[in-house]
Design a protein around this ligand. Sequence first.
Ligand code: SF4
Length: 496
Amino acid sequence: MTTESAINTPEHNHKLYIETVGCQMNVLDSELVVGALRQDGYELTNDMFDADTVLFNTCSVREHAEHKIYSQLGRMKFSKRKRPNQVIGVIGCMAQKDQKLIFRRAPHVDMVVGTGQLAEIPRMVQEARANRERAMAVSLGRKAGSRDTVSRSFESYDPLREPEMRPSPFQAYVRIMIGCDKFCTYCVVPSTRGPEQSRAPSHILSETKVLADQGVKEIILLGQTVNSYKHTEEDKLHRLSDLLYMLHDVEGIERIKFVTSYPKDMGNDLLEAMRDLRKVAHYIHVPIQSGCDDVLKKMKRGYTVEQYREMMGRIREILPDCAVSSDFIVGHPGETEESFEKSMDVIREFRFKNSFIFKYSPRPGTKAYDLYEDEIPDKIKKRRNNEMLALQNEISEEDNTNFIGKEVEVLVEGPSKNEEKKSDNQSTAESADPNGPIQLMGRTRCDRIVVFDGNPRLTGSLTNIGVYDCTPTTLMGTIVTRAYQHGTDGMLPILQ
Ligand code: SF4
């Protein structure tokens, strides 16, 4: 019996609008929530003013992400005058962090649901519509009970899969753990996502098999510190490396990636599994955050630059072709010009494939918010951000030129961004031949983006591309076809 039939629900149009901000974990959560609501007959719409059910899946990592949600909620203020049965819900990290504050700031919100209670959403939406009463479901605070009690209040939500909301029909996120126990001083995740808990390998394996049966070729394993994964099942301790061996055997899966790694937990067992397993991408996102030990200490990251360097040495030795990317926070309290220069030095030294650079943003509920003054003016943060980005781009472009003249294998993800823009601007009447060549985009095994012209039917396949040019972020190439030349022994590669 569906939730709808169990509750006497007032008339509504079964249109669902969901807006997602934040990380891949939120994208996956939205996919799962939509999947559950579809079971109750809901259909997605892109127009929030046309939906009787509106959900905002939120992020608390930066202030900007929260402002965006409050401004969207502001736009919904009078919406219920036209749609008295409308239900507006705030779900995810901001819901867990702000709880009742959301009702105070946006009294037209009907429900607030934290990251650990997403399974409740279908029932809560129906009850909110039937009873017109506000409802809140959140997990316990990190200090509200024993670790076990708090952990139990954060339930990992991994039920149905919803192909429509995936990055592409051939790619899927698979959650392997929730929460975080690292408590970096600037970060809200340990409160909003709760204690670190790894999912059972048998559950992850059966989910992956279902996805492979649905045609998924690439899975991206998700965890806040994904390489800290640990789960004991049938008296055997499984680490991420063991999980990779297990998932590698799933027929139909061609590529396996994982994000985000934590430097201190990068064991050789994992690097060796990456080396030995053909399907595992040679790509690691392992944020250093700063190149200065004093700042790392203030951040409570738990390692020094020298320890990170030792980890990079092992990566380079075991996986010489592995691409490594990083995150940086600029303008963290205590970051002097000298510390900033040390961060620039580590970019030069480690030559990251790319770096995600963020300006420090003080977050209520974090240690840094209580302990340190946000002493660095925004102007300086911006300048450091721009300088760092320019340096990283220079390095990315230099390293990308090494691919020019070489052949790379890419998993084709679909039309490139340019192609998507082009087709958005094109009227149906003038639309091109659906089977004609378009600009496609794919990724190499080391996660480099490649664009090339090809038939859209190549989407989801592994294709060889000859690279002829590059930018800091993209390799440009052409499809490599091979033909037998009569009278020769081998295959003659022809660049188209
Ligand atoms: S490792 Fe640190 S930055 Fe990453 S989620 Fe955990 S607390 Fe946040």
